[in-house]
Design a protein around this ligand. Structure first.
Ligand SMILES: Nc1ncnc2c1ncn2[C@@H]1O[C@H](COP(=O)(O)OP(=O)(O)OP(=O)(O)O)[C@@H](O)[C@H]1O
Length: 306
């Protein structure tokens, strides 16, 4: 195996300042290797997207160095070693392009400037669409799709690209539980295949289930390491500040849709740290707010339709 085929991210002391003078991240350093799914967690505005954009060469750090698979970013991009599934807000959904064409964009790096797909490119695109179950949407315009379908299209584009490193910015936002589970399963398979996956998420509940590593940031790295020793109550409190409660999701009463989870506030002894409330005034969900106010959930609280 050559250096370039060993999946790795090596970030050394990077600082990114935007044109308006705002320093979004500073002195960020961490290393990750292939066969890993790493969660990137932090509050809104902590610099997660900035970090992704730095890894994709879309913003240039004023200081520090990034190597992907042992190569400078430009070389790693040239060799199709890294793919990016952006936040939905970063995509122009009005752009008139079909699902098939978006997935085919993952193959552009393998084509010459005329961008005429070869049989191999078409095969990869079809396989990628099948893998995320969107083959029936091939001819639809991207802007017509649901949030979950759009996410799957961009995942398929990343798969078609056959990159070693996959960056996912908020892949679970706006998707239903079935799609979230399908994405989590797919990420598990990709990890098994040796890919390196870095995924930013506010859905802390699922982090221990599918991530073996965690990077916790607030403009700089506050904690990094394996999930078991890093994704702790203490570190979550440092990262998110304010009120942090440990709530287990299970059962079937909560939702009309396919989400069979319910909410239980755990005691300290029981806590696997799977949900959070940022501040008492700014909880992430109605049901968490009720639990925080009452200090425990009654059956009535669990009915989120009220
Ligand atoms: N193009 C830009 N110009 C100036 N400042 C920016 C720009 N993009 C982001 N920022 C600022 O940089 C900081 C980090 O933003 P970033 O989008 O990286 O955070 P984030 O952790 O991804 O947030 P969220 O969880 O809300 O998506 C924020 O204060 C944001 O306002």
């Amino acid at each position: 195996m050559t250096t370039a085929t060993i999946s790795s991210i090596n970030i050394k002391d990077i600082t990114v300042r935007y044109n308006n003078g705002h320093t979004a991240i500073y002195d960020v350093s961490f290393k990750l290797e292939g066969g890993t799914t790493c969660a990137l967690v932090g509050v809104n505005g902590s610099g997660k997207s900035t970090l992704f954009k730095s890894l994709m060469g879309l913003v240039k750090p004023q200081q520090g160095e990034i190597q992907l698979c042992g190569l400078p970013i430009s070389e790693a991009l040239k060799r199709n070693l890294v793919s990016y599934v952006p936040q939905s807000e970063d995509v122009d959904w009005q752009f008139p392009v079909s699902v098939y064409d978006v997935v085919m964009m993952g193959r552009y790096g393998y084509m010459n400037f005329l961008r005429i797909p070869k049989a191999e490119d078409k095969k990869m695109v079809e396989e990628a669409m099948e893998r995320v179950n969107i083959q029936h949407l091939a001819d639809r315009q991207i802007g017509e799709l649901s949030g979950g379908q759009k996410k799957r299209v961009f995942l398929a584009r990343a798969l078609a690209q056959q990159s070693r490193i996959i960056l996912l910015d908020e892949p679970f936002t706006g998707v239903d539980v079935k799609t979230e589970n399908a994405i989590v399963d797919l990420l598990g398979q990709l990890r098994q295949e040796g890919h390196l996956i870095l995924v930013s998420t506010h859905n802390l509940g699922s982090v221990p289930d599918f991530c073996d590593q965690v990077v916790m940031i607030n403009r700089t790295v506050l904690a990094t390491g394996d999930t078991k020793s890093t994704f702790t109550q203490e570190n979550l409190e440092i990262v998110f500040g304010g009120v942090l409660r440990h709530i287990k999701l299970e059962g079937s009463e909560l939702h009309d849709d396919e989400d069979s989870r319910s909410v239980t506030v755990l005691t300290d002894d029981e806590r696997p740290a799977v949900f959070y409330g940022r501040t008492k005034n700014d909880p992430p969900a109605k049901v968490v707010k009720k639990c925080l106010e009452n200090d425990k959930c009654t059956d009535d609280d669990k009915d989120v339709t009220k």
